[in-house]
Design a protein around this ligand. Structure first.
Ligand code: AMP
Ligand code: MG
Length: 701
């Protein structure tokens, strides 16, 4: 049993507002609940985010551990010298009353300088991040200090190799500013949620929320290994650490680590110090299947037009599982992808039983006319004891064969009167019985990893006693529409406006495919807006579908920004309708840039996005099933491209195509029930010729 339901870690920052764009040295946080690092541009945003989190956890009555990567206390004696109290938390309040924090400036150096002055010399604080401004009592160099009243380090820091002291306010890696700017925020949260937060190791952890001190550098190299291409280091640290804490807790290890904090009763303690090896192991366990390389969409050099087959082959080779795993009840697993092979917990059937309603007996002692035993064997109510040799017993479908019975005769083939059973037909040994485990034996493989659960699979696993399954977390698919002309449907729209039809269409597809649709809204053809939307989307989604702006024209901001700021490959695919398809990586998240035209967007989503998503989601590459059927149309098709016509089957099983091939005809999508897929070479189709028909059901619709 875990001590906590939720494990959150926060990578603090002592500096100014980092701006809207996710970057390092800002504040990053990650919860074990969604495992998605969150970017918090400044401490005000972080404080509100933390308050909302704490409120949510308290409302849900969940125990939540929140780790911060800065010291909760100073070396022995300091808190008392400043506040007159032994209580390290009194120093939190003391600082809270004095620190002023604005997005672009704060008074931390001023406060530190004031403390130095009060301490009767130069020190203990040192380091000045401002080149052009001096603080009277705050020296730029540590060696310039004259106040050596306080220890240089906390006890725990002697055990944390490479850790910085709380006194140092400036310089790469220094933590002093974070402490001064962090403790006031924590002090306010303590007040705001009075009685609901305990601070480790100063207080007993007897409330719902626990604040603890963490230090990512304890497992620096494992975190570096787990970093995803394009992922910001601070984000990776928080993602891995939240997982490590949750795993330690699950294995009952957190309790012992929390018990160790008593040594730091007044100075604070780093959770997990001395347990680096164990933490490293948990970090490695989260070995990251999610690492799609930044160049995963790169095309071979010199390729101009890519055939549909080549594009699919490349996607098939490059895509990989980006999900994590979770364990859920089998009865809720329909549509989910198995993350592990599933073995039968129990045989099916678990014991030999009868396949029919009739009379059972031992074949070796069979007689044409046998006495009927007074007992009965019924499913759910087995015959007690052993059936005496030479007797028959009433037995119903599904009933466990009583000991002494190996053969069953159908009731229609028996005559029963005066307590005797007479047989009227020829009997074979063992007939009408099912052997134990004849369907699936105990411990046998029932379903393989990567399989997508369907209703019948739920039945199978349930029959085999498998109550829970480990599945891939649901793939989160973001959908973003782009284009100045797009608006939400209204009754009085000017004719130069287009209703955003792609977004609801694509969100519906995603949902239908069993993934988690994430509506990223609509952005105009504006680079900054697009960048913000992609940043936000990449933070929340495993993959993003955009539509519009994908070709290389002037107004095509999607391909422009992706080629300059993401790793874009624009694929000119020889397909109708559909090209171009823009494929790119954005902050480690793959982007499928679909054409804006709804007919083309739909077609490309089915042909390219669907099988790719299946692999990203932990499943297998899915090939749509098609059938050769006679054509009910004629057509002359050009050489060199794959064509998908909106089609459906006539009553007599011929494929007819929509009356117009115009790619603006959205009504044809609704009319159709599948595609006629014509291969790349030129071809003249006349009625009756066999063509490949692929029903939409083959694309999971
Ligand atoms: P684009 O690929 O941006 O050049 O768009 C091609 C065509 O598709 C244009 O006529 C757009 O107005 C239209 N279009 C783009 N996005 C959407 C959308 N979300 N819904 C409906 N039509 C769209
Ligand atoms: Mg556009």
């Amino acid at each position: 049993m875990s001590l906590f339901d939720t494990h959150v870690v926060v990578d603090w920052s002592g500096g100014n507002d980092a701006g809207p764009r996710p970057r390092k040295d800002a504040i990053w946080a990650c919860s074990s609940r969604d495992r998605t690092p969150i970017y918090l541009r400044n401490r005000h945003v972080a404080e509100e985010w933390l308050a909302a989190l704490i409120q949510e956890e308290c409302d849900a009555d969940r125990r939540c551990l929140i780790g911060f990567d800065f010291p909760f206390g100073y070396p022995q004696g300091f808190a008392q010298a400043v506040t007159g109290s032994h209580d390290p938390l009194a120093l939190w309040d003391w600082l809270e009353a004095r620190i002023e924090d604005h997005p672009d400036h704060n008074n931390r150096c001023h406060v530190a300088s004031g403390i130095n002055a009060q301490s009767g010399g130069i020190g203990p604080f040192w380091g000045n991040p401002f080149r052009a401004r001096d603080f009277e009592h705050l020296p730029r160099k540590g060696l310039a200090r004259t106040n050596t009243d306080f220890p240089e380090r906390r006890a725990v820091e002697d055990r944390a190799e490479g850790s910085f002291t709380c006194w140092q306010l400036a310089g790469a890696g220094a933590v002093g500013s974070q402490v001064l700017m962090g403790l006031p925020v924590l002090a306010r949260l303590r007040r705001r949620f009075a009685g609901q937060i305990s601070v480790w190791p100063f207080e007993a952890l007897d409330s719902l929320i626990a604040f603890v001190e963490i230090w990512p550098s304890l497992i620096a190299s494992q975190i570096a290994q787990a970093q995803r291409p394009g992922e910001i280091k601070d984000a990776a640290q928080m993602r891995v650490l939240s997982h490590v804490l949750a795993s330690l807790d699950k294995r009952g290890r957190l309790k012992a680590m929390l018990a160790e904090g008593r040594e730091g009763a007044s100075e604070g303690w780093i959770l997990g110090v001395g347990h680096e090896a164990e933490m490293a192991q948990m970090a490695q366990e989260q070995h990251d299947p999610a690492a799609l390389a930044n160049d995963c969409f790169a095309l071979p050099q010199g390729v101009d037009w890519t055939s549909v087959d080549d594009a699919l082959a490349l996607l098939k080779e490059r895509m990989q599982n980006v999900t994590q795993t979770e364990t859920i009840p089998t009865d809720q697993s329909a549509g989910r992808v198995l993350a592990q092979d599933v073995l039968a917990q129990r045989a099916n059937p678990p014991a030999a039983n009868s396949a029919i309603d009739g009379y059972g007996f031992a074949f070796d002692h069979m007689a044409p006319d046998m006495p009927l035993n007074a007992g009965r064997a019924v499913a759910g109510d087995r015959f007690q004891g052993v059936l005496p040799a030479g007797q028959a017993v009433r037995i119903l479908t599904g009933a466990v064969l009583p000991e002494g019975v190996d053969t069953v005769v159908m009731q229609e083939e028996c005559e029963v009167s005066d307590g005797r059973v007479a047989l009227s037909a020829k009997v074979k040994r063992g007939q009408n019985t099912r052997k134990a485990g004849e369907d699936v034996g105990q411990g046998e493989m029932a379903l393989k990893a990567c399989h997508t659960m369907r209703a019948q699979d739920v039945a199978l696993l349930t029959a085999l006693g498998v109550a829970n399954v480990t599945v891939a977390t649901r793939l989160r698919v973001g959908v973003l529409s782009t284009g100045d002309e797009l608006i939400a449907p209204t009754s009085n729209a000017p004719p130069d406006r287009t209703f955003d039809a792609n977004r609801p269409m694509l969100l519906s597809l995603v949902e239908r495919w069993g993934y988690e649709p994430v509506d990223l809204g609509h952005v105009a053809d504006n680079r900054d807006a697009l960048r913000d939307a992609l940043n936000a989307g990449a933070g929340r989604c495993d993959v993003i579908l955009t539509s519009g702006g994908a070709s290389a024209g002037d107004a095509d901001h999607v391909s422009a920004i992706l080629s300059q700021e993401g790793a874009l490959t624009s694929w000119r695919i020889a397909i109708k309708p559909g090209r171009p398809l823009a494929l790119a990586m954005w902050n480690g998240t793959p982007i499928f840039g679909l054409p804006g035209n709804p007919v083309a967007a739909f077609t490309c989503a089915l042909i390219f996005a669907r099988p790719s998503f299946s692999v990203l989601a932990g499943g297998v590459w899915s090939e749509p099933q098609g059938f050769m059927v006679p054509a009910a149309f004629s057509k002359s098709k050009k050489q060199g491209r794959r064509e998908f016509s909106r089609a459906r089957l006539t009553q007599d099983g011929h494929a007819e195509v929509f009356k117009s091939e115009g790619s603006g005809r959205i009504s044809g999508l609704s009319w159709a029930e599948g595609f006629v897929e014509l291969a790349d070479p030129a071809r003249d189709v006349t009625p009756g010729d066999l063509v490949r028909y692929v029903p939409f059901a083959s694309y999971g619709l």
